[in-house]
Ligand binder design. Structure first.
Ligand code: GLP
Length: 226
């Protein structure tokens, strides 16, 4: 998968890279391929830093995105725990947790690459429609459709979802490079709005129109409306 090859090349050329990582079904093949590349010694994550883009706030205290990244990337690629940064909604004070995370991102410089999926309503990370392009790491409410997507993809009950924590659009727009991944017809409208329209908070992914080094990797059905 092109995204995995691209990330592996970056980590080979710049082993101390700071990488923002997405979660979701779209990116499973990317992680699958990255694990193969790691096993083949094509890159070594030891000196890189990885930041999860977001996390669901579950009433049950589950952490589904953390679990996903552990399973798909961190454990099979043997990423050291102190190189893997996450938003932890079980810490109690969510605003404090968001401020801590924003500071951690700032202390790392900026993302050398932010790998992003896209939601059916154009959200990136959990920046839902209406998010300011200057937004920082924060607690957000989720649209009903987004909750349903999380429920389908991660086996979480909709009633368990109290909201989410997300990196803001400002940190994504500061990233040196962005890789935006989209597959399937259900992403076609969001991708067309993101790439064709002027940047508009109604489609958060359209903020990437303001970014100078964004690469889109998409399949035919996702590109159908372009
Ligand atoms: C969630 C995540 C997004 C992700 C989106 C798409 O809402 N917060 O970061 O891009 O889902 O997920 P999927 O690839 O499963 O469609």
């Amino acid at each position: 998968m092109a995204a995995a090859e691209s990330l592996s090349c970056l980590l080979r050329a710049e082993p101390r890279s700071v990488v923002a990582l997405p979660t979701g079904r779209t990116v499973e093949p990317m992680y699958g391929r990255l694990v193969e590349l790691r096993a083949d010694s094509q890159f070594d994550p030891t000196d890189a830093r990885f930041f999860a883009l977001d996390e669901v706030v579950c009433r049950s205290a589950r952490r589904p995105f953390f679990e996903f990244l552990l399973e798909w990337f961190v454990r099979p690629c043997a990423v050291h725990a102190n190189r893997f940064h996450v938003l932890d909604p079980t810490t109690g004070d969510l605003d404090l947790e968001c401020r801590r995370y924003e500071q951690e991102i700032e202390q790392s410089g900026r993302f050398d690459v932010a790998v992003l999926g896209i939601g059916r309503n154009g959200h990136v990370a959990f920046n839902e429609p209406g998010s300011s392009f200057e937004s920082v790491t924060r607690r957000v409410e989720l649209a009903e459709g987004t909750k349903e997507g999380v429920a389908e993809g991660f086996g979480v009950e909709v009633s368990d979802i109290a909201g989410a924590l997300t990196v803001g659009l400002a940190a994504i727009l500061r990233a040196r490079r962005v890789l935006l991944l989209a597959t399937g017809a259900e992403k076609a409208k969001a991708l067309a709005d993101a790439l064709q329209g002027p940047p508009d908070p109604a489609c958060p992914a359209s903020a990437l129109g303001l970014h100078s080094d964004t690469t889109v990797i998409a399949d035919g059905p996702a590109l159908a409306l372009l």
